[in-house]
Structures are given as C-alpha cells and as structure tokens.
Design a protein around this ligand. Structure first.
Ligand code: CMP
Length: 139
C-alpha cells in the first residue's frame, strides 16, 4: 500500500524570491496536510549529508553550495499516496520539462535551482523527514 507521508524542502531560490506563501498554498490546495515545518538554513556539511546519495554525480559540489546558499523551508506532508502525488504536483526536475501548472514550472529557475524537493520513495521520505525532525516534533 502506498505510504501517506512525504518530505519536502522549499529551496533557496524560491525562498529568496518570496514564493513560500504561493507554494504552500498550492500544496494545501492539492490536499496535503502539513505535519511538521521548519524555516532554517543548511550548512554545507548538512547539505552534503542530505544529498550524499548524489555524491558521485558531476553536479554534487554545485548542488551542495547552492543548497547551503540561503534559507530553506523543510516540511513533512501527509496525504494518501503522498510520495507519488507530490512528485506530480512539483513536476519534472528540469523546469523546462515540468508540466504546466506544476510548482517547478511556475517557480523554478533552473535544473539546480528548481524551487522544491520531493522525496522519491516512502523509505526516503522517512529518512529525509528524520534528517530535519525528531519524533517529538511530529503531531
Ligand atoms: P532534487 O529533487 O532535490 O534532487 C536532487 C537535486 O539535484 C535536484 O533536485 C536538482 O536540484 C539537482 N540536480 C539534478 N540533476 C541535476 C543536473 N543535471 N544538474 C544540476 N543539478 C541537478
């Protein structure tokens, strides 16, 4: 059965361009409930840990610099079929390929500064959520 929780980050480009409110509105309108939320900034070390799965990729160093360049909003979201439905809501990684109306089509600047992250599996949703939030902070 599909999991009911996913993890998201609103990335530095979208935060810096004042898109937090518009993005959260789209998330709520799509039926997701916010279970935990944090406005914070990643150190380069923390960004490197979060994206360690991409450490062999050519874009890794730039990604780590970018993700630690400014504040982000991290959140745990709940909805039936959360992981798949959220990835549909945010659109393709490359905003030039994202479907019209998706969050990345509306707000992303580039394949790197692509406005928002969404977990790619139920397992990663748990791992990524735990990276930012302890069990006590969830309700
Ligand atoms: P995200 O969904 O957060 O997961 C990994 C991130 O790496 C991705 O969004 C992009 O921000 C970035 N990324 C993926 N592919 C590329 C690429 N080809 N060039 C630069 N950045 C990329």
């Amino acid at each position: 059965m599909a999991g009911s929780v996913t993890f998201t980050m609103i990335k530095p480009d979208a935060v810096g361009n004042n898109h937090i409110g518009a993005i959260l509105q789209k998330i709520n309108e799509a039926g997701f409930r916010i279970k935990a939320m944090k406005y914070t900034k990643l150190s380069a070390e923390a960004a490197g840990q979060f994206y360690a799965v991409h450490s062999a990729r050519p874009f890794y160093n730039d990604l780590v610099s970018y993700m630690s360049s400014g504040p982000i909003v991290a959140a745990i979201l709940e909805k039936d079929n959360a992981v798949a439905d959220f990835r549909e809501l945010i659109g393709a990684t490359d905003p030039t390929k994202a479907a019209p109306g998706t969050i990345r089509a509306l707000f992303a600047k580039s394949i790197e500064a692509n406005a928002i992250h969404g977990s790619d599996s139920d397992e990663n949703a748990q791992i990524e959520g735990n990276f930012f939030f302890s069990g006590l902070e969830r309700f």
